[in-house]
Write a protein that binds this ligand. Structure first.
Ligand code: KIV
Ligand code: NA
Length: 263
């Protein structure tokens, strides 16, 4: 998989499948699955580190997650998220962050928004690094957006998001994440663009879908917006396993004779 095959998927109307991943063990399992690409998202700040937004995670921490995922999924296409403000200070600081994610094992980087970012996207792309765009609900702007909520509902926001999508393509993005927008808007943007769109909470008409691993596995019971589908009752299955272990230790059921070293 590479950026050319992703473009080909769009032309052939074959859906692209992306999931987030942050650690070695999970990456080993994703690598065995029929998944096209991994996003090492800055959602790591929330699902791996317990923060209530994506803002606190650093480039070094993101690079650490990328390295771990790369070890577990040596052949999978990995997109690394550039964290909050890491691409907003100067070209030199941006390129330092890009270099750290790429040297950690990413094949592309993702950044949020286009306002004020077109030039830096162009520079990153011209430096040989594919960039995935991300518009709609951009969680690094949660304070400016006034919360996590659907975007592009009002007519002027819809028009702005369409212009932003085209601007991402023109700046050189190879793909575009559309987060939490009405399905009709996502469909319009998808047909407007040559590059593939990857939706999350953006309906069924995008060229691909992405979900946060912990949401997909049902590991995160505090968070269930309508766009999340839980493919596993992960919280319950883990909890049952821990409780079974605790009860087996207390009853003497564990360790059994075959789980002991003789001698
Ligand atoms: O960090 C993340 O998980 C993301 C996806 C929700 C697109 O950016
Ligand atoms: Na992200």
């Amino acid at each position: 998989m590479n950026i050319l095959t992703f473009a080909e998927h769009k032309r052939k109307h074959e859906k692209l499948v992306m999931v987030t991943c942050y650690d070695y063990t999970a990456a080993r399992i994703v690598a065995q699955a029929d998944i096209d690409m991994i996003l090492v998202g800055d959602s790591a700040a929330m699902v791996m580190h317990g923060h209530d937004s994506t803002l606190p995670i650093s480039t070094d921490e993101m690079a650490m997650h990328v390295r771990a995922v790369r070890r577990g999924a040596p052949k999978t296409f990995i997109v690394g998220d550039l964290p909050f403000l890491s691409y907003r200070r100067s070209q030199s600081e941006t390129m330092d962050a890009v270099a750290r994610l790429m040297r950690a094992g990413a094949e592309a980087v993702k950044l949020e928004g286009i306002a004020g970012n077109a030039e830096i996207i162009r520079h990153i792309v011209d430096s040989g690094v594919p960039v995935m765009g991300h518009i709609g609900l951009t969680p690094q702007s949660v304070n400016q957006l006034g919360g996590f909520r659907v975007q592009g509902v009002e007519a002027d926001d819809r028009e702005r998001l369409k212009r932003e999508a085209v601007a991402c393509q023109e700046a050189g993005c190879f793909a575009l994440v559309l987060e939490c927008v009405p399905e009709t808007l996502a469909a319009e943007i998808t047909s407007l663009l040559k590059i593939p769109t990857i939706g999350i909470g953006a309906g069924a008409e995008t060229d691909g879908q992405v979900l946060v691993m912990h949401d997909l596995l049902g590991l995160n019971l505090d968070f269930k917006p309508k766009f999340v589908r839980r493919y596993l009752d992960g919280n319950k299955q883990w909890l049952d396993a821990f409780n079974q272990y605790a009860s087996d230790v207390r009853s003497g059921e564990f360790p059994a004779s075959e789980e002991r070293y003789a001698g």
